[in-house]
Design a protein around this ligand. Structure first.
Ligand code: FES
Length: 104
């Protein structure tokens, strides 16, 4: 039976909890995801945002969902910037919603 997971903060998934088979860490929190899911969907579903806005205290959750707007940048544990809407979840990945260090 398909149910809506009402514990999600942002994006609502149609699924059963058993399909959340992968996990990653975002800002030190465990985020569950399905195989083949984009980082943007998984993180928005869990946290309601994917990054902190550079110019004010707003948080961003992506806009175009297709790699055009640059509103979904996240950072890996190694400091690499990745676009969440065009990157798939990989088991055990560690991501941050904030850029490492001061911006140039
Ligand atoms: S949401 Fe627009 S580039 Fe990712």
């Amino acid at each position: 039976m398909t149910t809506i997971n009402t514990t999600l903060k942002g994006v609502k998934r149609l699924e059963t909890p058993e399909t959340l088979e992968l996990s990653m860490q975002v800002d030190g929190l465990r985020v569950a995801a399905r195989r083949g899911e984009t980082i943007l969907l998984a993180v928005n579903a869990a946290l309601g945002h994917v990054r902190n806005f550079e110019f004010c205290k707003e948080r961003r959750a992506g806009f175009c969902f297709m790699g055009a707007c640059q509103d979904c940048w996240m950072w890996t544990a190694g400091g690499e910037r990745i676009r969440a809407c065009t990157s798939l979840v990989e088991p055990g990945m560690t991501l941050s919603t904030s850029a490492p260090g001061p911006r140039a």
